[in-house]
Design a protein around this ligand. Structure first.
Ligand code: PMP
Length: 401
């Protein structure tokens, strides 16, 4: 055996910082400490009953106990075609869809399918923590393009152009964004789509938060903004966030025929079809109404306002108002160099630790998503816990000297 037991590719994967905060918080809770979690990446609502009922019915049909086509149940793919027309104004065919084991598998398959050794991928930062790992696993190099709080964490064409090289093969585009909650306007989306088209690079567009937008803002699919991108666009989506179905593990991608064929080949060896019961539940979800997301929306919107106001009332903290998803991304660089409870704040990782240790509130440091200096706070938690957690943070940070 060679000296290295774990393969270099897998050994190089960074542990998920979001999960690290989560497990530390859970360990404290297990010790009986009243930790409030702002780290969650999932709605705090149950999956709607009628969707659960569809799964229960599916359990009674033995056909669902057998293998089904790798790229997904035909009825689900058809429902995704209709849903895409309804929600994005984009026309696709069922043959362009691959149903995956959650949006995460769609992310992985998209990069694995088009990225090879040495290819560069433009990665707007702050980014969702899975993207760079999926890019590196495919042999590619994530090229971070960082947009700061004063530009709402949104990149523009000039910034992408400055990072572009002949090795650039793809751009990842996420709107609404995890971790920042930023939403690109139709004009911004169009400009970026047209720029990508002019470079003939793939755009991998993650639209999983499409229905979670606020202040009357709507998410724009990059394919709607620039239909000519059809040969270069791979769109990622899933039921997790819209229908409170994170644990069911159903997502999908759609794209040009050659990409879909290759991704299906990969999935046929990787995981075959997605669990049929979960696919039947997803079929019920995507072919049904959007009532669930509308009722979650009201609660999220209310909590979003409380969260942003509360954060901006703290000296040294600046939080732009997010218009999508369920995260606030606070710029905390104003606290750097200060001391809290005897600890000097030299990074957002230190600050997150201090907040967990001294205020018993779990937040995710910016280091998980790009540069230090920021905290991600999910507002997918109950109003009372939100108020309590915010109060504790405000009280603790007021002691910074
Ligand atoms: N994309 C983004 C931007 C996400 O935040 C998530 C979930 N955290 C996913 C994709 C994956 O969702 P899932 O695998 O649960 O469907």
């Amino acid at each position: 055996m060679t000296t290295q037991r774990i393969s270099p590719r897998i050994g190089a994967i960074a542990p998920s910082a979001t999960l690290a905060v989560d497990s530390k918080a859970k360990a404290l809770i297990a010790q009986g400490r009243p930790v409030i979690g702002f780290a969650a990446g999932e709605p705090d609502f149950p999956t709607p009953d009628y969707i659960v009922e569809a799964a229960a019915q599916a359990l009674k049909n033995p056909q669902n106990f057998r293998y089904s086509p790798t790229p997904g149940l035909p009825a689900l793919k058809e429902a995704i075609v209709k849903k895409t027309r309804r929600d994005s104004g984009v026309d696709i065919e069922a043959s362009q869809v691959v149903v995956t084991n959650g949006g995460k598998q769609a992310v992985y398959e998209a990069f694995a399918t088009v990225i090879g050794d040495g290819d560069d991928v433009l990665l707007p930062a702050p980014y969702w923590t899975t993207y760079p790992e999926a890019i590196r696993l495919a042999g590619g190099n994530p090229i971070e393009v960082f947009a700061d709080s004063y530009q709402d964490y949104k990149v523009n064409v000039e910034m992408l152009e400055a990072a572009y090289t002949p090795a650039t093969k793809a751009l990842i585009f996420v709107s609404p964004s995890n971790p920042t909650g930023s939403v690109y306007t139709p004009e911004e989306t169009k400009a970026i789509g047209e720029w990508a088209l002019s470079k003939k690079i793939f755009v991998i567009s993650d639209e999983i938060y499409e229905h979670l937008t606020y202040d009357g803002v709507q998410a724009t699919s990059i394919l709607k903004a620039v239909p000519e991108l059809a040969d270069y666009a791979i769109i990622l989506n899933g039921v997790a966030k819209t229908y409170a179905m994170t644990g069911w593990r159903v997502g999908w991608l759609y794209g040009p025929a050659d990409v879909v064929k290759a991704a299906t080949n990969l999935q046929s060896h990787l995981s075959s079809n997605v669990n049929n019961i979960a696919q039947q539940a997803a079929l019920c979800a995507v072919s049904g109404p959007l009532d669930a997301v509308h009722s979650m929306h009201e609660a999220f919107d209310r909590r979003r306002k409380t969260m942003v106001e509360g954060l901006n009332s703290i000296d040294g903290v600046f939080c732009p108002t997010p218009q999508g998803a369920f995260y606030a991304y606070a710029d905390v660089r104003g606290l750097f160099g200060k001391s809290i409870g005897g600890v000097t704040i030299d990074s957002s990782a230190t600050l997150a630790e201090v907040i967990l240790d001294q205020a018993e509130v779990a937040v995710v440091p910016g280091e998980a998503f790009g540069p230090s200096g920021y905290l991600r706070l999910s507002y997918a938690l109950g109003d009372a816990d939100l108020a309590e957690g915010l109060g504790r943070i405000q009280k603790l940070l007021a002691t910074a000297v």
